[in-house]
Design a protein around this ligand. Structure first.
Ligand SMILES: Cc1ncc(COP(=O)(O)O)c(C=O)c1O
Length: 405
């Protein structure tokens, strides 16, 4: 959808999002215009290897250092605590690799709703993997989590879930882990840019973020490593990033991540969160009021302001996505990573949602570049798509169910 001037805060437009109403911000977000502007010179002529000894290389090194400062300032870290990585997955894998290498024997404790970047990597480790359960509201069951820490070696609990948007009790989990002397990583990839993020407040030893989730470029992420924490790199080679992540730096992407972080720091306030929530809530309220047989999943109080996760009785999500795509609405079934696979999402199953309903779920996620008009138009499109699919499938509609723990 062509946007002529953006409605939120100080964000600058216009932005054209592929001719669609893009409501899949948890999958990825468009570049902010100022991020693109910051990157262009580095794509055009700033190709020098930042490790070189000549002027162009030194300029690239300086740009990388500035971007590191921007990311650090945004998350409340020291610049030397920030390592650039090739995206969120690499950041998470690096954190888990380091924890695995440097801790003694014992289990890895992760939540059952982690992103596959955590789950698949942890499964490969030569140690026990303990899955901490969540409740029906999608939040970590802190008591049961606590019971898993005896004989553990390290912990990884995400800050907010990518499918439901449910914010996890990270500080409580960290306190319990630290009380047992266990290092703590948090995958903050979905939280970054949607709620204020401050590493000192969160108190994690390691924290992962990914630029494309907050209007930066893809394929660039960062890992915060608390000063003084022992660290073992995943990628070995030329010794870039102070020996902590080898590989020639992607100057343009790093500059883009820095610019996106600076934009978040400048423009993201509680008001931005309120505006995201206003769009999400208007969308959700209209769908719940006008469509029957809908379940709103996940904690009402503890969720990202931009995410709505809804199950539609009698509607396969795959069918809904096709109809919504035709209507110019881009959103996801459960999580983007699940799209195309027939398996219900592990997150919904962990929450006790039935397999059938899990396959009937949509994730609608807003970014600061969306508008209220888009939220309302999307709700109408969802209503039409659900009605059409149910007509085709001869579905008898049931009552509206709203889960609010
Ligand atoms: C919670 C979470 N962790 C990790 C990732 C992986 O990040 P990236 O796509 O940057 O590799 C994602 C991406 O969807 C995510 O949502």
């Amino acid at each position: 959808m062509k946007q002529t001037g953006l409605a939120l805060g100080n964000w600058v437009g216009p932005v054209d999002i592929c001719g669609m109403i893009h409501l899949d911000a948890n999958a990825t977000t468009p570049l902010l215009p100022e991020v693109l502007e910051a990157m262009l010179p580095w794509l055009r002529d700033g190709f020098a290897n930042p490790s070189g000894a000549y002027a162009g290389a030194k300029r690239a090194r300086k740009a990388i250092d500035e971007a590191r400062g921007q990311v650090a300032e945004w998350i409340g870290a020291e610049p030397e605590e920030v390592i650039f990585t090739g995206g969120g997955t690499e950041s998470v894998n690096t954190a888990l690799h380091s924890l695995n290498r440097l801790t003694g024997s014992g289990a890895a404790v992760v939540s059952s709703i982690e992103h596959s970047a955590v789950l698949r990597y942890t499964e490969t480790l030569d140690r026990e993997m303990r899955l901490a359960p969540v409740g029906r509201d999608g939040r970590l069951d802190v008591a049961k989590f606590s019971g898993l820490l005896e004989g553990a070696a390290f912990v990884s609990i995400m800050t907010a879930n990518n499918e439901t948007g449910v914010i996890q009790p990270v500080r409580e989990a960290r306190d319990l882990a630290h009380a047992k002397g266990l290092p703590f990583h948090t995958d903050a990839i979905q939280a970054a840019g949607k709620i204020p993020l401050h590493v000192q407040e969160l108190g994690a030893d390691l924290l992962s973020i990914s630029a494309h989730k907050f209007h930066g470029p893809k394929g660039i992420g960062a890992l915060y490593v608390r000063k003084g924490l022992r660290f073992s790199p995943l990628l070995l080679g030329g010794g870039q990033e102070g020996g902590r992540r080898s590989g020639t730096e992607n100057t343009a992407a790093i500059v883009g991540m820095g610019a996106a972080a600076a934009a978040m720091r400048r423009n993201f306030s509680d008001r931005s969160g309120e505006k995201l929530a206003a769009m999400r809530d208007a969308f959700e309220a209209k769908v719940l009021a006008e469509v029957s047989g809908v379940t709103a999943n996940g904690s009402r109080e503890n969720r990202l302001p931009n995410t709505s996760h809804l199950s539609f009785e009698g509607c396969e999500a795959a069918g809904l996505l096709i109809l919504l795509d035709e209507a110019g609405i881009a959103c996801s079934a459960g999580s983007a990573c699940m799209t195309g696979k027939q398996k219900p999402s592990h997150v919904q199953l962990a929450m006790g949602i039935s397999e059938k309903l899990a396959k009937s779920s949509l994730r609608i996620s807003f970014s600061v570049l969306n508008t209220m008009e888009e939220a309302i138009a999307a709700a109408s499109a969802v209503k039409r798509a659900v009605e059409k699919l149910r007509r085709i499938q001869g579905f008898g509609v049931g009552p509206v169910v709203v889960y609010s723990p």
